[in-house]
Design a protein around this ligand. Structure first.
Ligand code: HMG
Ligand code: MG
Length: 297
């Protein structure tokens, strides 16, 4: 049986876009439940400016409650050297730098052009790798941009290659505003696969138009075996108007189980985590599976 890895991004990508900031204790309980479901990589926070994203301001406090030396991986977002200093002080073992294939989105999201961002990441990656920290790379707007519309697949390949050259072990390709459909995703992946092998790539699909599951199926067809997802379908992006949540982890886990892939995830425990965080936020889970199975426990 082939394995597919799900990278859980709910505590970061999900919660960064909720109006209310949750206490570290609630985030830790969510992460505990996600780990109990079998997820082995859980993005736990972001060392970004608290003025830009206040919801992530307690990331260091969240990390103090995690076993960072244990078998699970708890990566955090790092945009610059200042973020890396904070991440190192918190004892992280993995970080993610995040760039974009769209100039306008890069400016709005991290206040830098693509070229400037790659310069920042050069320093961040060198220092992190020297300290024995793994670095993952994100490319946002791989299909479309809220400010520029359609993005050329060639541009996505260029930025993905640049991040890989800086030492990122894996490049997560983000359909930030969820505008992709399988044909567009295939066209983008064909271009990126000319630059990097499938083993270096991950899919990160937001579900704004309900296409994320179809897009994951399309990406599986060309060999991708890592997908980011957010429990209960939480998420979006504060700098991408109209972006709704990431595809829900429980819907992805259901798809993969049905298609015969091993994920190591227990659906019942995962749905329990989805209801837990939805209740904490006072809303219903966005996934189909949480409603189909109902409340657990
Ligand atoms: P800037 O304003 O250009 O930074 O922001 P600056 O270097 O000019 O510093 C200005 C102030 O920010 C200073 O504080 C710095 O200390 C502080 P002041 O003197 O004014 O009090 N600062 C920081 N504070 C904490 N941590 C830091 C840091 N750096 C500077 N690391 C910056 C540049 C990158 C910091 C800012 O634009 C930022 O934080 N952006 C983050 C935006 C963000 O988190 N977006 C969401 C994540 S990306 C995403 O969701 C997409 C993804 O899911 C994939 C997809 O879906 O496509 C990954
Ligand atoms: Mg995202």
């Amino acid at each position: 049986m082939q394995s597919v890895k799900i990278v859980e991004v709910g505590p970061r990508d999900g919660l960064q876009n909720e109006k209310q900031s949750l206490d570290a204790a609630v985030k830790l309980e969510l992460i505990r439940r996600l780990a109990a479901s079998g997820l082995s990589t859980i993005e736990a926070g972001a060392f970004v400016s608290p003025k830009w994203v206040p919801q992530m301001a307690n990331s260091a406090a969240v990390l103090t409650g995690l076993d960072l030396a244990g078998p699970l991986s708890y990566p955090v977002l790092v945009p610059n050297d200042q973020g890396l200093d904070a991440a190192l002080a918190a004892g992280v073992r993995e970080i993610a730098v995040f760039g974009a294939a769209s100039e306008s989105f890069s400016q709005k999201n991290i206040n830098a052009s693509i070229a400037e961002s790659l310069q920042r990441f050069d320093s961040v990656c060198r220092r992190a790798l020297d300290a024995g920290i793994r670095v993952r790379g994100y490319v946002s707007c791989v299909v479309g941009c809220p400010y520029e519309g359609r993005i050329a697949p060639r541009k996505v390949a260029e930025v993905a290659r640049a991040l890989a050259d800086l030492g990122c072990y894996e490049i997560s390709l983000g359909d930030t505003i969820g505008v992709g459909t399988p044909a567009a995703v295939r066209e983008m992946l064909d271009a990126v696969l000319d630059a990097l092998p499938a083993e270096r790539l991950a899919g990160h699909f937001h579900d704004t138009y309900g296409m994320a599951i179809a897009n994951i199926r399309a990406a599986l067809d060309v060999g991708l075996r890592v997908f980011d997802a957010s429990v209960a379908g939480l998420g979006g992006c504060p700098y991408a108007r109209g972006a709704s949540g990431n595809v829900a982890t429980e819907d992805v886990a259901y798809l993969l189980a049905g298609e015969g892939y091993h994920t190591g995830i227990d659906l019942t425990t995962l749905v329990d985590a989805a209801w837990y965080i939805a209740d904490a936020l006072g809303k219903a889970p966005a996934s189909k599976l949480a409603h189909a199975l109902g409340r657990q426990g």
